[in-house]
Write a protein that binds this ligand. Structure first.
Ligand code: NAD
Length: 244
């Protein structure tokens, strides 16, 4: 299948984890990818692995100028900017009474404002490309209450609403916007969990396993591609049933 032949997708936070899995799959399907991340060494290594179809740039999603540079890099790669995965995120789990204002605001800046800036930045380029698809990576922590997630969870709930608001605003411009809600996924992000927390989380998953980056990437590619051409404002769980 070459669903992405000649098309370019921008992935924030794509140097490792889920974003990296998406980059590999898109290139394998004939597409081109720009990955933005703070992690320069890992980002450059991934770009070298994927060759001419991939470019890396150092990007802080909280900076509007970095988004402009990322969109310009995507247009330079050719084919037109057809997709954005708002994937960059941070997760520093703490209960309410141990969450400082600074920690709360850091989550807002990266997970929520970063996503807002990304959606806004890509619109003119997507219009030039004749339309596009934006996928916002929320979480099951954006579908229900989650322990130690007063900061993280608030941003992931916000993404769910922002997705629907943007889907309405951008439909007349030929741009679809959907959200993905991963459950626990085996990436560096959940290394903060103790063995005890991990065992508890595992016990709550009906399918009895933590997900892989590829589990999420397959759903992201579906929402980026024309296979989901009549879907906008939708929320798709990829969670082994944990949010049921
Ligand atoms: N792993 C899970 O269990 C899980 C579950 C639900 C949702 N998610 C979400 O999935 C997305 C991807 O996470 P992952 O699991 O691949 O974890 P990850 O930590 O491997 O990836 C997150 C990436 O975002 C980058 N990043 C952080 N701050 C940034 C900034 N200011 N600017 C640019 N890049 C920045 C990191 O460097 C990293 O490469 C995140 O939005 C996360 O919240 C993860």
């Amino acid at each position: 299948m070459a669903r992405f032949s000649g098309k370019t997708v921008l992935i924030s936070g794509g140097a490792r984890g889920q974003g990296a899995a998406e980059a590999r799959m898109i290139v394998a399907e004939g597409g081109r990818v720009v990955i933005g991340d703070l992690l320069e060494e890992q980002g450059r290594a991934l770009a070298a692995e994927l060759g001419a179809a991939c470019a890396f740039l150092r990007q802080d999603v909280t900076e509007e100028a970095d988004w402009e540079a990322a969109v310009a890099a995507a247009e330079r790669l050719g084919g037109g900017l057809h997709g954005l995965v708002n994937n960059a995120g941070i997760y520093d789990p703490k209960p309410l009474m141990e969450t400082s204002k600074a920690l709360f605001e850091r989550h807002l800046a990266v997970n929520q404002t970063g996503c807002f800036l990304g959606m806004k930045a890509v619109v003119p380029a997507m219009e030039r490309a004749g339309g596009g698809s934006i996928v916002n990576i929320s979480s099951t922590a954006g579908l229900r209450g989650s322990p130690n997630a007063i900061a993280y969870g608030s941003t992931k709930w916000a993404l769910r609403g922002m997705t629907k608001a943007a889907a309405i605003d951008l439909a007349p411009r030929g741009i679809r916007v959907n959200s993905i809600h991963p459950g626990p996924i085996e990436t560096d992000m959940i290394r903060v969990w103790t063995n005890e927390v991990r065992a508890k989380r595992l016990a709550s998953i009906p399918m009895g396993r933590v997900g892989t980056a590829e589990d999420v990437a397959r759903a992201v590619l579906f929402l980026l591609s024309e296979e989901s051409g009549y879907m906008t404002g939708a929320e798709l769980s990829v969670d082994g049933g944990v949010s049921l």
